[in-house]
Design a protein around this ligand. Structure first.
Ligand SMILES: Cc1ncc(COP(=O)(O)O)c(C=O)c1O
Length: 369
């Protein structure tokens, strides 16, 4: 039996009737762009998150760029963010011509260290873009407080944390604007590229919607701002509506898998292995289950030999990427650089059987025997 890193086939089998039926409904009505599934999906997302406005869009990267464009953030502006994320976070900032300002992460959660943000604020700072990495929300209360003090916009990059519980609320409803990704491997994924933007602000939603639709003004061929083609199609929304119904159960299952891993690996602490740290006032939706290991190359080779896939999120801190070195402000990012050297993710998906997990656990133990 090969162990997948993420098992989307079992998930599809469980939802086959609902997904197939919804896809066929789209094929029957033929409104592939801006069909009735868009509103249906946006309403379902809003209900799940308890947020006022949801706009589905083409992907998580575009969601971030649309949010920045809607806020008129551009050349000469700075956006404070984490150095340890998928490149899309910094990419969106550069795409609008603004400068990413990288502030180090916490060494245990790998999220941006909110205590270090204020020292990076300058007269050019317009926004803070924290990432809720691996499925755990960053310190949003502290980040929102700093933003309020300095009149900054907060855009949560919630690509990995859709709906993660945080102090009685959910990720994607914790700051003025939030963006997520429905890339298939994300906690809530569609069957292609997809994303969404969320806000409770009535003015902001109009700007976001206009940017999503080529800067549309009074009507389809009137353009009041520079926008983009940021729409999501009806077929992807049909898939998302079906998958969202199962999502609460899937979050529970991801938690089960994560807890089993953490319990099984507690004895490896003396070998220098660190299991994930989740703060007591929040829960992860476990986009990734990520270990810190002393020698990652050796660890990955051992797991590969046992037939267990692993992945590295992420091997290079963003300011150290060739395309970004020259175009950013970088504070001390030593925690991010260390994490980039040591983190490694294990298979994580809600339908993981006990038998599969036992194989993964024994392969990890064997790697340190
Ligand atoms: C933290 C983060 N931000 C943004 C993105 C971009 O999302 P997408 O791949 O949908 O463009 C991703 C997805 O990989 C991500 O993990």
């Amino acid at each position: 039996m090969t162990i997948p890193f993420i098992d989307l086939k079992t998930q599809y089998k469980a939802l086959k009737n609902q997904i197939d039926e919804r896809i066929h409904r789209v094929l029957d009505h033929g409104q592939y762009i801006m069909g009735p599934e868009i509103k249906e999906c946006e309403d379902a997302l809003k209900k799940f998150l308890g947020v006022k406005h949801a706009l589905v869009c083409s992907n998580g990267t575009d969601a971030l760029q649309i949010a920045l464009m809607a806020a008129n953030i551009g050349p000469g502006d700075e956006v404070i963010t984490t150095p340890f994320s998928f490149i899309a976070t910094a990419e969106a900032i550069r795409l609008v011509g603004a400068i990413p300002v990288f502030v180090d992460i916490e060494s245990d959660t790998y999220n941006i260290d909110a205590k270090k943000i204020e020292a990076a604020v300058t007269p050019r700072t317009r926004a803070i873009m924290p990432v809720s990495l691996y499925g755990q929300v960053a310190d949003m209360d502290e980040i929102n407080a700093i933003a309020k003090k300095h009149s900054l916009l907060v855009i949560e990059d919630a690509a990995q944390s859709f709906g993660a519980p945080y102090k009685g609320k959910r990720s994607c409803n914790l700051s003025e604007v939030s963006c997520t990704s429905f890339f298939p491997a994300k906690p809530l994924g569609c069957y292609g590229d997809g994303g969404a933007i969320f806000t409770n602000n009535d003015q902001m939603v109009n700007a976001l919607n206009s940017v999503r639709l080529h800067g549309m003004g009074e009507h389809r061929y009137h353009h009041s701002r520079i926008g983009t083609n940021g729409r999501l199609d009806s077929l992807q929304c049909a898939v998302l509506v079906a998958k969202l119904e199962r999502y609460p159960w899937e979050i529970e299952q991801r938690e089960r898998v994560a807890q089993n891993y953490t319990k099984a690996f507690s004895t490896l602490r003396e070998k220098g292995v660190r299991t994930p740290t989740i703060k007591s006032d929040r829960h992860s939706v476990w986009a990734q289950y990520t270990l810190w290991v002393p020698d990652r190359t050796k660890f990955q080779a051992a797991l590969q030999a046992s037939g267990v896939p692993t992945a590295v999120h992420y091997p290079i801190a963003m300011p150290d990427q060739p395309a970004y070195k020259e175009h950013c402000v970088t504070h001390d990012i030593s925690n991010a650089r260390k994490a980039a050297e040591h983190v490694v993710s294990l298979p994580m998906f809600p339908d993981m059987s006990e038998e599969t997990q036992a194989k993964i656990v024994s392969a990890v133990h064997a790697a340190f025997a």
